[in-house]
Design a protein around this ligand. Sequence first.
Ligand code: ADP
Ligand code: MG
Length: 703
Amino acid sequence: MKFSEEFLSKAKTILSTDIRYIKGVGPNLAQILYKKNIFTVEDALFYLPKTYENRANIKKIEELFEGEKAVVIGKIVKKEEIITGNGKVIWKLIVSDDTGFLECVWFSKTNYIDIFQQGEEVAVFGEVKAFRRTFQTYHPKIVKKEKIDEMKIGKLVPIYVVSDMYENSIISRVIRKILENHREIIISLIPERIEKEKKIISLQDAFLKVHIPEKYASGIEEIQEARKRILFEELFRTQVSLFIKRSEVNLKKAPQIFVSDSLINFLLSTLPFKPTSAQLRAIEEIRKDLMGPRPMYRLLQGDVGSGKTLVAFCASFMVCSCGYQSIVMSPTEILARQLYENFQNFGKALGLTIALITGSTKKSERKEIYEKLNSGKLNILVGTHALIYDDEIRPKKPGLIVIDEQHRFGVLQRLTLINKGEDTFPHILVMTATPIPRTVALTVWGDLDISVLDEFPPGKKPVKTKVFRESEKFIVWEEIEKELRRGGKVFIVYPLLKESEKLDIPSAEGMYKTLSERFSNFGVGLLHGKMSGEKKNEVIKSFLNGEISLLVSTTVIEVGIDVPDATMIVIEHAERFGLSQLHQLRGRVGRRDKEGTCILIIPDNLSENSEKRIRLLEREQDGFKIAEADLEMRGPGDILGTRQHGFSDIKIEVLKDTKLISFAREIAKTVVFEPKLAPEEKLEFEKKFSVFLGDKSHFVISG
Ligand code: ADP
Ligand code: MG
């Protein structure tokens, strides 16, 4: 089917209509829907049932058993209104088939009582209770026998809100209304021919089957297939957005960087240590990219301590060796400073000029750095992500941008600022210490090429990890004391900075006082994100030089602080963190040759499942495996470091389905890149794309 542009924009308008303007909704019902994150018609369609109730269990009365939900068809043999001892009224209809009696009981008056008369044939649906020797059911649904269809008895009924049947019926009603009146607005972006070839069912049918199963689906398998089809559409759209973004990058020219083997060998010979084979592989992948005509667009993934800094340095050196400049950005000042120091150290023998700009850099110094950068005298500038918004940064020959620890979204989208609209575009290297399962990587970073550092530099030992309960805290304090006496350095991390009214859990600030007293023989410090950059640096410095040996902190230490001789990390209320985050945190200790210890404290009354989740860290050291487990148990929000990514439930569901993701990726590739698409198919797709996705790229959330 072909769609006119007009029709497509009309469809788009309806899809983005506020739900309260749908006939029969209005402002009051809309409140219920808003609470479920259903704001538009499109949201409603994509609000898929959590489960289905099978009301097909039609039974003879003698076959009933306590606790089951069943339908009974029979005749009303008696109507009763009973006044109990304490003056309450109970209404009863007694229904009989030829095998027994079922008492339908109401404890408040319902209009069923007036509607139904003795002798009528009815169908009853409810939960069966065995009471003395009769069967009862309380507040059942009941309809005339011939209207059994209306009651959806004997059918699968979609359940959107498990706990609230009223809300459930509202949501169901609204979605049905939309499908009744507007089903033509459901338009797949997958070209029809490909749908046919790949035996993909129509998207419209899929929505009908999922939301109105009693009419359109033959059973639960068909519903499941339909649900998959809808998820597939989501995935396809995501992948298409990513490929299109990538193809835009591919249109740009990049500074061509030629790096000879001998130059590489020279570089490697000047480094303070021998790169691991994973580092060498990544360096080689980057070198190939840099030599190509298009901008590199690459993600470097590697667990904490895997040595990403060295790789970023080598990439920067290659670019500088051809007269271009490199800009390296970190999320925090502390990290920027550490990167800078590492770069200085690596660059000593190579005569590179490297500068650092942070929030605490003085104005005059800052000006000097700008001048050097913009006139081309500076080789490498290190700073925080804030550099991106700094108008005065106009590097003369930008060759490479390195973004460290980019699991916070947004920075990539602003890169054009540095580019100032020219048609050459710097090479880009994004680094993350968050091991992301492949499925998530392809969905979140699907537009980037990926290098992985799956090996640690020699000497790095696993972090010994042990879980304690709160009632065993005194043991933990003793362990800390022992560690401090031995001359170790200890982090202790709290989920909150300040006490909160809502949560009765200790905070970093509160515990800083307590711990300062408990460990008064040792230097105790406090570090958190609300401190000024200067203050933070001061604290870190004291921790580095040993004035402080117990550092109480919030998760500011999560991203990459390098305190090479930190030996122990204690995390209170570990259950409040994602596994990947805990793994990141423990990566702060036992770097290089020092063995590290991680102590996780959980509440005494934690559920068995949550405890099991945390205890995985006692035996698993592989960040990727931990991330997989996190994904399995809590969804991708945790892995990515924060829970606010705009991942809806169904997107989260999708991320667990590796096969479906690969399939969507394959089809998306065909549609975006393959010339096999006929010109009119291409046109049709582009029309749909610009109407439906032009203004939003699905997972890639701009900042
Ligand atoms: P991350 O990947 O977490 O950013 P870093 O780049 O900070 O890791 O490296 C972790 C530590 O390992 C640093 O102290 C660094 O100097 C050291 N290191 C990196 N590569 C090597 C190597 N090939 N051999 C020995 N030590 C290394
Ligand atoms: Mg790092």
